[in-house]
Structure formats: C-alpha cells, structure tokens
Design a protein around this ligand. Structure first.
Ligand code: B3K
Ligand code: ZN
Length: 844
C-alpha cells in the first residue's frame, strides 16, 4: 500500500465550478449520474486529469457531450482532458446493500445513507475526492422512499423524487444523501440577522420519543455560536438524521448531519446523564463544524486538526458554558491522559499534524482531536481572550470559502496579535508528551521556580526541541491564603527560572493550574503539601489534581511496596467530598481513582513491567479502604443528595446523581447489594437503573436484575449495547474473556453493527486486568473477532486494534502472547489497508 506524504502536496490540476448529481436508488444497483464542470487550475503545476473512483462500475462517460473512454487505473480514472473549461459526465453503478464498510453510499435497516469523510465519495462516483476541490452541488434523488435528503436547501420534489441545492462550495467529503422511511421531530431557529431556519431530526418512527433533547441542544449550539463566535447559520434548513450502523459518532455534512443513533437519541428512560452530556456535545461539535470545517476547510488531510482540534476546543467551551467549566476541564484532562497520553507514549504516537499516512481514517485520533484542541487552548491562553477573538475573526474573514493549512491558521494569530508563533508551531509537528520537571528555591523573600522540559523520543522522532508551554501558576501562603494569583509563565527554553519577590513566607506553589498545557508535571511534593492543596487551592483543577496525586502515590506504593490504603489520603478525601460548598459533580470526580491503564503506564515509567492483576487488586483494595473508612460520609451523601422530583438531565441534578452513584458503588463493596437493589427497583431513569445494576454486578450479584433488564429492554438497541458492555466491564479479571465470548453467542450480538461490536470488545479492552489476564484468552478472542470483522468493516476493525497498542510495556510472557496475535493478524491474507497499517506500526 502506498504511503502519502505531506511534503508531496501539489495543487489540483483542475478545479470544479459546479456539480450535478442524479441518484436512481436501488439496493444492489444504484445508478449515479454526474455532470461536473471543470476548469484548469491556474495555480497547478501540471495538467494531468485524474478522478478518484473505487468499486464503481462505469457505464458511460462524456466530455462536452461527446462519448469518451477513460482509462481505468488504480484508484480512479484518467483521460486526455481539454486545457480549458469542460463538462465531464459519467454514469456509474454501485451496490449500497453490499457495502458493509459503511463508507460511501450504504444501507442500514432499509435506509440509504452516506459517509464520505475522509475518502468515501470516490465510492459513489468519479471525482477529484480531495478537500481542496470545492464546488456547489445540485442533487436529484429518485426513489420511492418517503424521505429523500441531501445537502443545502430543498428544491423541487414530487412523486418519487426530490432535488436539493447547496450554494456553498464544499469538498466532496461533506456530501451527504439519505433516503428512508423516516419521521421528523421539527423545530425552528431565527438567526441573529432574522432568518428563519427549519430544523429537523429524522428518525425511525419508534425513536420519535428520543428527539426532544437533541433538538434543544441544536438550538443552544446555534445561539452559542452566534453569541460567542459571531457565527450565523447559512442555509434555510438544518437536518440531522439518526442511523444505527455508523463507524463513528457523527458527521458534519453541510446542512445534513448524519449521526450514529447513540450520539443523538435520548430519553430519560433509555439514556444516562453521561449520554445526555455527550449528545449535547456532539450535536454542538457537528454544528460548529459548519464554520470550522465547512465554510473554512482543510487543504489536505494532513491538516485534519485544523478543523477537528478547533471544533473540539469549541465544543469544550460550549459544554463548560452550559454546565461547569471546572468539571468539564477535569473530564477533558482525564480523557487526555487516559487516551492521548497513552497514544503518545506508545508505538502509535504521531504529531497532531502527521507527516505521512497509508490510510487517513487511521488518523482520526485522540492526538489529532484532543491534543489538537489543547493546542488551541494554549494559543488562547498565550494571546488572551481578546487576541483570540481577533484572530478568529481574521481567520474567518480571510479564509471563508477556502481550503487552508495550519500555517494559515497560525498566521491569522500572528497578524491579529503581532506574536511570533514559529516556535509554538512545534506543537503541531512534534509528537510525544512533554515532561515538565519542577525545582524550587527559597531565600530571603524570593521564591524561584525552575522549570525544565523534555519530550521523550517517539517513532521517527528521536530528538525533540523545546516547545512553548504556558504554565499557569499561583502561590499560596502556608495559612492557605492565595498570595500570588494565577499568572501564566511561558516556558520556551529547555530550562528556565521564574522568580517571585516580596513574599513573607515560603509559599506553596500550585502549578499547571487549569491543566494549562498537555504535559506531564514532575514535581517532588509531600503528601502533606498535596493534602494542603486539596483543602486550600483556589484553582478547582489543581484542587482535584492534588487529590488525584495522593491517590496515585498511595496506589503506587500499594502495588510496588505492598503497603495498604493510606488513612491520611482517605481522610483528606473524606473532607473534600463532605465539603458542601463544592459542586457535587466535582466531589464525584474527587472520588474517581486513577484508572488501571494509567497506573500501568506510571509503573512502566519507573522502569518496571506493570502487572495488571496486581494493579487491579490494589485499586480494589483502595476502594475497599475508602468505603470502610468513609462509610458514614458516603452513606450520608448517598441519602442527602438523592433527587426527589422528576428526572432532568441538566447539570445540577446529573452532578448529584454522579455523586450518589459513586458513593453507591463504594458502599456496595463493604455493605452488600441491598442499597443497589433498592435503587434498581425504584429507578425511573437509565442513570439510576444502570448505576445500580453495575454496582451489583461488580460485587458478583445482580443476576436477577440483569435478566430483568434484558427483558425490559430487548427492543431498544441502544440500551442493549449497555447491557452487553456492562457485563464485560464489570467482570472479574479471570472471567472477562469468557463473559465476552459467551455474549458473542447471544442471539442479539449483531457483530456487523459497530456499536454492538464495540459494546463487547471495547469493554473487554477497557477491563485492563481482564484483557491482560495471564492466559491470553482475551488477546486471542479479540484477534479472532478482529479478523472476522476486517473483511467487512476495516475502519472499525483498525480502530479496535488499538487495544494492543501498549503491549511493549508488559512482561515477557504477555509480550509473547500479544506479539503472536499481532503477527497472526499481520500475516492474514487479504488484510485491509487500514488494519495492516495499524498492526504494522505496532510491530515496528
Ligand atoms: N468529521 C467526522 C469524522 C469523520 C471520520 C472519518 N473516518 C466527525 C467529526 O469529527 O465531527
Ligand atoms: Zn469533528
């Protein structure tokens, strides 16, 4: 398979002025007629005419009305094209019914839908399928299905057809088409300039009761983007469609967003608080793409973070505004550490802007998305809110309707603020997580912080340069008062000192406040100092972080030295969770211990091979210790924070439920399942129901409830995903593989549905001790199923190979077992390009 390099970019030979498409839909033989107006690109270096195309049956082709016979070559077609404007027409046939890869035009439960990003349009018709070719699209759909949708504004429609026109030039990856037997939950929105927009959420009839929340989230997003970024919507309609079979969360096609049903459908009975929050964020994210991604798009796929990092940053801001900034920041940091640091520390590490790829779908990663968002956040911190606002305005003004690069993005910041960002740009090109080491000095009223940065080598990048790291710092007096409020130190050299004068006593530093940069802080700190910060820090992130550090130190000692739970930590935690001035959601976060995978990495970094079983046992022992010592506080919190009124997914109630359910999970360990059983019986919403069921399963009870749950929800696919996943997640390590295997034999295990496949195998790899059980049973089971899925759905398969990405951390026995599975996959005949690239990188 061919490797594509950023450095090889050349502009397209021809540009497209207009596209007309006609779809004659039929399950196995859909005809696609295209009429594309080409024009030579004055900026091109050559005149080779090439159109991408994959799996297309070419029926006929014409240039300016005259029949032509293109030469079909690898990945597309070529022909002698005029060195002037011309119209190319083609008729092709495709087979949506047999499209199991869920890329291009495919069918899901009788409904037609498309997924074109990144390179799926070439499976629909011949086209220059690259994001720097932008054109207005006119679409006609012919089908007997009642609902026929495409991008843009609706045009003529009648018996068996509908037409759509999208006036905004767009790359082919934003094309979408939907045809199905759907119903709409409708709404409307009036934009800041007074235009009315019709809003529709299209679903199958049975799901119409799960649309109200998504519709409100969409309206909130539209308002927010106007108020915060001054960005207005630009079409007469905005359609969202829910589809069950989808490889990822959702897709921002212009005016026609297509969503995995799990990322949009929610009712109190079927969705948890976490689902509601996630849905609100994804709807916002896709909507925000209308400006950051669609109006201003990427020149090539190496620039993916241009739209994704920025749009994630925007959805994070939105969630913070809708809910709590402090809680959101902690959630984001937890995700970054659990997933992105993991990626950065292993064989799949790559820069936020990669330099090469084999299959671009493999680069829709936490690094591109979440670290990409962190970079935007750092930029904002460095130039300030006002500078950020000016830079964004300039970026939109300058690049509306264009396909641009990270250089263009940074130039907008430089021009708007006068700041030189050449060193800052290293964040985009250098992979790996910087470590920032802290040294302190105190003499005669002067406190000096010395910060030193280093970034470990990553594949292909042995040597690293210093990056610009905004380190937000505040200083506290020994009595707990803040003496120096938050200020941002700019660490741009390998080592740098920062002095604070005029202090009457040696202060306690609070460093990297708000998690101001995606780095690992290395700081010698006593448990007393941490407990002090947990009690007194004014920065909510670092207050939480102090508790987290205490927990981690305790756990590391338990794992490596065999000590027990530390009463000092538990008492400090107890004071934190009992503090009624703190947000319940924040207190629930205080109760979340570092995950097993995070601990495995921490142990690996001390030079030892982590033992997943020992890690699991230590973590469970600490949970027991907390539940034992804090039993009274926890049961008081459980009782006093129950919600009595009707269910509402809003943040305040959700926060109380997350606190009571964290308490429930701990209390069940030491006090048995009665409380959880009672909660299960009383539950009138999914959050309470599933938390109770999880609590029971984790202590080896809940068999009756598990059965009752299945009977109650067998008709709801989304809820059944939870039922599948929870059993694997809650399994004891030695049972996890067997539980997962038994579930694959369940009649409802529809493995071709990505959500269902992920429910079981995502949970298996997430159960760290179960996945790494010494027998290797989980490794084998996962590899077997990946090999089964790969011929049908390479994208989902490739993504799930990441379960193995940490394999080099482990002991010789585990390494041997995993390597054998990776090699078994690698040597399989006909392995997809997607999966072989991933396995190849992991074995390298
Ligand atoms: N842009 C899409 C992701 C497309 C993934 C292609 N494999 C969703 C999003 O980030 O909003
Ligand atoms: Zn996105």
């Amino acid at each position: 398979p061919r490797t594509v390099y950023l450095r090889d970019y050349t502009p397209p030979a021809y540009l497209v002025d207009e596209v007309r498409l006609t779809f004659r839909l039929a399950p196995h033989a859909t005809r696609v007629l295209s009429e594309i107006r080409f024009r030579p690109n004055p900026d091109a270096t050559g005149r080779d005419f090439f159109l991408h195309g994959e799996g297309l049956k070419l029926i006929s082709a014409h240039i300016n009305g005259a029949q032509v016979t293109p030469e079909l070559i690898e990945g597309g077609l070529t022909l002698d094209a005029p060195d002037a404007s011309f119209t190319f027409e083609a008729e092709v046939e495709i087979d949506p019914e047999n499209n199991t890869a869920l890329e291009g035009l495919y069918r899901s439960n009788g409904m037609y839908c498309t997924q074109c990003e990144a390179e799926g349009f070439r499976k629909i018709t011949f086209y220059p399928d690259r994001p720097d070719v932008m054109a207005p699209f006119h679409v006609r759909i012919e089908s007997d299905l009642p609902v026929l949708l495409s991008n843009g504004n609706p045009g003529a429609s009648g018996e068996g057809f509908a037409e759509w026109s999208d006036p905004w030039p767009k790359p082919a990856y934003l094309f979408a088409l939907v045809a199905g037997d759907l119903v709409a939950h409708s709404g409307s929105f009036t934009t800041m300039s007074g235009r009315d927009v019709a809003l529709n959420l299209w679903v199958r009839e049975a799901d119409i009761d799960k649309c109200a929340f998504g519709m409100e989230a969409l309206k909130k997003s539209m308002t927010w983007d106007e108020e915060v970024y001054g960005r207005e919507y630009d079409l007469d309609v905005f359609n969202i469609v829910a589809v069950d079979d989808f490889n990822m969360g959702a897709m921002e096609n212009k005016g026609l967003n297509i969503f995995n049903s799990s990322a949009v459908l929610a009712s109190p009975a079927t969705a948890t608080d976490a689902d509601f929050e996630r849905i609100e964020a994804i709807i916002a994210h896709e909507y925000f793409h209308n400006w950051t991604g669609n109006r201003v798009t990427c020149r090539d796929w190496f620039q993916l973070c241009l739209k994704e990092g920025l749009t994630v940053f925007r959805d994070q801001q939105f969630t913070g505004d809708m809910r709590s900034h402090a809680v959101k920041r902690i959630d984001d940091a937890m995700l970054l550490r659990a997933a992105q640091f993991r990626e950065d520390n292993g064989p799949l590490a790559h820069p936020v802007r990669p330099e090469s790829f084999v299959e671009i779908n493999n680069f829709y990663t936490v690094t591109v998305y979440e670290k990409g968002a962190e970079i935007v956040g750092m930029l904002r911190r460095l130039v300030g809110d006002e500078g950020y606002g000016k830079a964004l305005d300039l970026y939109f003004e300058r690049h509306d309707g264009q396909a641009v690069t990270i250089e263009d993005w940074l130039r907008a910041f430089e021009d708007a603020t006068g700041r030189d960002l050449s060193q800052f740009a290293r964040w985009y090109s250098q992979a790996g997580t910087p470590r920032v080491h802290v040294a302190e000095d105190w003499s005669e009223g002067r406190y000096t912080l010395t910060l030193r940065q280093e970034t470990p080598p990553t594949p292909g990048q042995p040597d690293k340069q210093p990056v610009v790291i905004p380190v937000a710092v505040g200083l506290l007096n020994p009595n707990g008062d803040e003496v120096v409020p938050t200020q941002v130190l700019e660490l741009n050299e390998a080592e740098q000192s920062f002095a604070f004068d005029g202090l009457s006593a040696r202060p306690v530093p609070s460093i990297l406040r708000g998690f101001s940069a995606p780095v690992i802080l290395r700081q010698e700190q006593s448990d007393e100092t941490r407990a002090f910060l947990l009690a007194h820090d004014t920065d909510p992130f670092n207050k939480w972080e102090a508790g987290r550090d205490l927990a981690r130190t305790n756990l590391m000692a338990m794992i490596q030295d065999g000590t027990g739970p530390d009463a000092g930590y538990i008492d400090a935690l107890g004071r934190g969770i009992a503090d009624e001035t703190l947000d319940p959601a924040f207190r629930a976060q205080l109760l979340a211990l570092p995950g097993e995978d995070e601990l495995a990495q921490a142990i690996f970094e001390t030079g030892h091979a982590p033992d997943p079983t020992a890690i699991h046992e230590a973590r469970e022992a600490l949970r027991h210790g907390i539940a034992d010592r804090l039993g009274d506080v926890l049961s008081r919190l459980y009782d006093t924070h129950q919600i009595t009124g009707p269910y509402s997914p809003e943040a305040a109630d959700a926060g109380r439920r997350s606190l009571t359910n964290a308490a429930l999970s701990l209390l069940s360990l030491t006090q048995g399942g009665d409380r959880a059983r009672a909660q299960y019986r009383a539950a009138d919403n999914m959050t309470q129901q599933i938390a109770a069921l999880g609590g029971l399963l984790r202590i080896g009870e809940g068999e009756a409830e598990l059965k009752a749950f299945e009977d109650q929800w067998s008709h709801e696919r989304l809820v059944m995903n939870k039922w599948f996943g929870l059993q694997v997640a809650a399994s004891a390590p030695r049972d996890a593989a067997a539980t997962a295997e038994a579930l694959t034999a369940h009649p409802a295990f529809d493995w071709k549905n990505p959500n269902r496949f992920r429910a079981v195998f995502g949970a298996l790899s997430g159960n760290a001790a179960g996945f790494h059980a010494p027998s290797g049973a989980s490794y084998r089971l996962l590899a077997d199923w990946l090999l089964k899925l790969d011929p049908l759905n390479p994208q989902t398969t490739a993504r799930m190979t990441q379960a193995f990405s940490t394999w080099k951390r482990y002991d010789a026995d585990r390494k041997t077992l995993i390597r054998a599975e990776l090699e078994r996959i690698a040597s399989t005949e006909g392995l997809s390009r997607d999966t072989s690239e991933m396995i190849g990188r992991m074995l390298a």
